[in-house]
Design a protein around this ligand. Structure first.
Ligand code: NAD
Ligand code: MG
Length: 387
């Protein structure tokens, strides 16, 4: 029996690479459902190729166009809207849900998928940033495994295979450092979205590429690692590693350090999340260790203040990481559209974190309210931004 996969965000960077992986292992995997937000033409093209049972377009404005494009596919069910997207993950035949949509929007369908006992292949890190505690608790209660897709977390996960109950002494979380790694504070003052979008080693969606330029992405990944591997933040060390070859490592109590290395390419972590514990063939280029020396540096928390803010959010706990994420989504978009400057992003996030009321033990409803409130506050600051 082929494994049935639902891809949330099939038209994105992770989504399209997941479809490559499924295509090259079509004897094992089948697409059950594809979802997207706006890119209706690409979604229809994917549906023609993979013949899923269902497609969902989150933005309802594109519903008629999608129906028109798939008029020749009477067997594919076509849905539109957020509600439909949240519901599709529960479909009985689905074995795995790949969460590859961006931002807070990934939280509701991930919760639904966990409650429906699906295996979660988690790319959408914002889910764990916002509500890590709730998600982990639900995953345990519902026996829903969460397998990381993020390359660093996949590397950590791979390093832990066979370690049983051996305690993690430390996680070494690597970061490329992004396009502004060697910039001074003053140089960063003038950078624009087009500069941030030129990532030195990874080709990814726009939001995460900007998060990598501010290093908020690494802050999010510290939070993600804390929840996935049940390790306190002070045992997670960030190392700037410009070559993006060592994808991350784990240190054990005898001093052994186990890492996973490879070229910067997401096909492997996506495939591994699908096939774990088995390894399947992948014909991507191989790593050549003769080609580049491997370097490691300490991150500069003053120049990359977003990383510091993420550590602050972890220490405060409660709904603060949710505020961090929501404010970041607002400033990230504003920076992308040249509505706020590079350093203004961290300023606005910090001010939003101070303004939104603290909730120590948030419920799901508290997360929804916190997210809405933080977006509103950050949005006000953006509209006052100097640019
Ligand atoms: P992307 O922008 O390329 O694609 C996002 C996908 O999600 C698209 O299909 C889009 O239609 C859909 N989407 C976006 N917003 C939506 C919404 N509100 N409702 C429904 N669908 C929506 O993004 P990406 O780079 O593929 O990243 C996806 C997720 O994976 C992010 O959480 C990111 O942090 C994480 N991730 C990505 C990479 C990478 O290499 N791209 C690596 C690690 C983790
Ligand atoms: Mg990553």
């Amino acid at each position: 029996m082929k494994q049935q996969i639902c891809i949330l965000g099939s038209t994105g960077s992770i989504g399209t690479q997941a479809l490559d992986v499924i295509e090259s292992h079509s004897d094992r995997y089948e697409v059950y459902a594809l979802t997207a937000n706006n890119r209706v033409e690409l979604l229809a093209e994917q549906a023609h190729k993979f013949h899923p049972a269902a497609v969902v377009i989150a933005n309802e404005q594109h519903y008629d166009r999608l129906k028109e494009l798939l008029a020749d596919e009477p067997d594919i069910k076509i849905y539109a809207g957020k509600q439909a997207l949240d519901e599709i993950v529960e479909a009985d035949p689905i074995d795995m849900v790949l969460t590859a949509m961006v931002g807070f929007a990934g939280l509701p369908p991930t919760i639904r998928a966990i409650k429906a006992h699906k295996k979660i292949c988690l790319a959408n890190k914002e889910t764990l940033v916002v509500a890590g505690e709730l998600i982990c608790q639900l995953a345990i209660e519902n026996h829903a495994p969460i397998i990381p897709v993020d390359s660093e977390h996949s590397a950590i996960f791979q390093s832990l295979v066979g370690e049983g109950d051996n305690e993690i002494e430390k996680i070494l979380l690597t970061a490329s450092g992004g396009p502004f790694r060697t910039f001074t504070h003053e140089q960063m003052e003038h950078v624009k979205a087009k500069d941030a979008l030129r990532h030195p080693t990874w080709d990814m969606g726009a939001k995460i590429t900007i998060d990598s330029a501010t290093m908020m992405n690494k802050g999010f990944e510290v939070i993600e690692a804390k929840w996935l591997f049940d390790v306190p933040a002070d045992k997670i060390q960030v190392l700037v590693h410009p070559q993006s070859i060592v994808h991350s490592a784990v240190q054990f109590r005898d001093g052994a350090v186990k890492a996973q290395l490879g070229i910067p390419d997401m096909h492997l972590p996506i495939l591994y999340a699908f096939s774990f514990p088995e390894r399947l063939t992948l014909s991507q280029p191989r790593l050549d260790l003769f080609k580049t020396p491997l370097e490691f540096f300490e991150p500069d928390l003053q120049r990359f203040r977003c990383l510091q803010l993420a550590f602050d959010a972890i220490h405060k706990g409660g709904n603060v990481p949710c505020v961090l994420n929501a404010a970041n989504e607002i400033v990230n978009r504003a920076f992308l559209e040249d509505r706020c400057g590079f350093h203004e992003m961290s300023d606005i996030i910090a001010r939003t974190m101070q303004r939104v009321a603290f909730i120590k033990n948030p419920t799901y409803e508290d997360y929804l309210a916190t997210d809405a409130e933080a977006r509103k506050v950050a949005g006000e600051y953006v509209s006052q931004a100097s640019m």
